[in-house]
Design a protein around this ligand. Structure first.
Ligand SMILES: *Cc1c(COP(=O)(O)O)cnc(C)c1O
Length: 247
């Protein structure tokens, strides 16, 4: 081997990491008989530059993947207006913890918000969507791990159906599924249990409310994406496994 092959330069590393993530998604989907093409790869873009994000989007376009970009900090939304990213046709989602006073920025940016984690966020998004004359897809965030550092509704049917019933009354918010951040532990069975419980809650909530449009399960990150795919994720949110360690 030549030195160039043993010591890849930066862009090759990016390609390798990206293809590694796609292989992980595909292998997990195959194990459970799912079509990998139906899984959206959401790029978690926090702290990444427009140039880095644009490069990954281009690579994913070449690979004909279903993609979205997800920002989790309202103060980073502006970077998506960069000429490298503006009007690129990639769906934009907001995935982070939201303050009500940032709802306007988020509504202007996003087609889907994954992090409706308390009623006043629903109220704020509704008000801002009405003012902007937009409809917004929303996911209810559920704290399936019970970890105190994490937001979200309790993983109980009543809590989840309560907020879903409120959302379905809205003329501008459209509840389309649930989101969770998996348990933060190296015990993979604990991680699996938390992710599986999101699917079970979604199924139960759909049956209880009759909201047929509850199709999405946003779960799985760099560390647990194959478990999430095996447990039914429709959107996996991946940052560091593609972009490298966070700066
Ligand atoms: C950062 C982030 C991710 C991606 O995390 P990685 O471990 O870097 O893949 C997913 N979801 C949310 C809500 C995040 O903030």
């Amino acid at each position: 081997m030549t030195p160039q092959q043993t010591i890849p330069d930066q862009p090759d590393q990016l390609v390798d990491r990206l293809d590694g993530v796609l292989e992980r998604i595909d292998a997990a989907a195959r194990r459970v008989g799912r079509d990998p093409q139906e899984i959206t790869l959401l790029l978690a873009t926090k702290l990444r530059t427009p140039a880095q994000i644009a490069e990954v989007i281009e690579l994913l376009r070449q690979r004909e993947r279903r993609i979205a970009v997800g920002e989790n900090r309202a103060q980073e939304i502006a970077k998506h207006a960069d000429p490298l990213l503006a009007d690129n046709g990639v769906p934009r989602h907001f995935i982070g913890r939201l303050q009500t006073n940032k709802a306007r920025d988020v509504v202007a940016f996003a087609q889907m918000v994954h992090s409706v984690d308390r009623p006043d966020i629903a109220d704020a998004l509704e008000r801002r969507a009405q003012m902007a004359e937009k409809t917004l897809e929303v996911l209810v965030q559920v704290n399936t791990s019970g970890e105190e550092s994490k937001g979200g509704f309790a993983p109980e049917l009543e809590a989840v159906t309560g907020i879903l019933e409120r959302l379905r009354e809205s003329p501008v918010l459209r509840p389309v599924g649930l989101m969770t951040i998996g348990a933060n532990t190296t015990d993979l069975e604990v991680v699996r249990a938390s992710l599986r419980s999101l699917r079970e809650l979604r199924d139960a909530a759909r049956a209880a409310t009759g909201i047929d449009g509850l199709t999405e399960l946003s779960m799985g990150m760099s560390g647990d994406l194959e478990i999430a795919v095996e447990e039914g994720a429709t959107i996996v949110r991946v940052g560091s496994a593609i972009f490298g360690p966070r700066p």
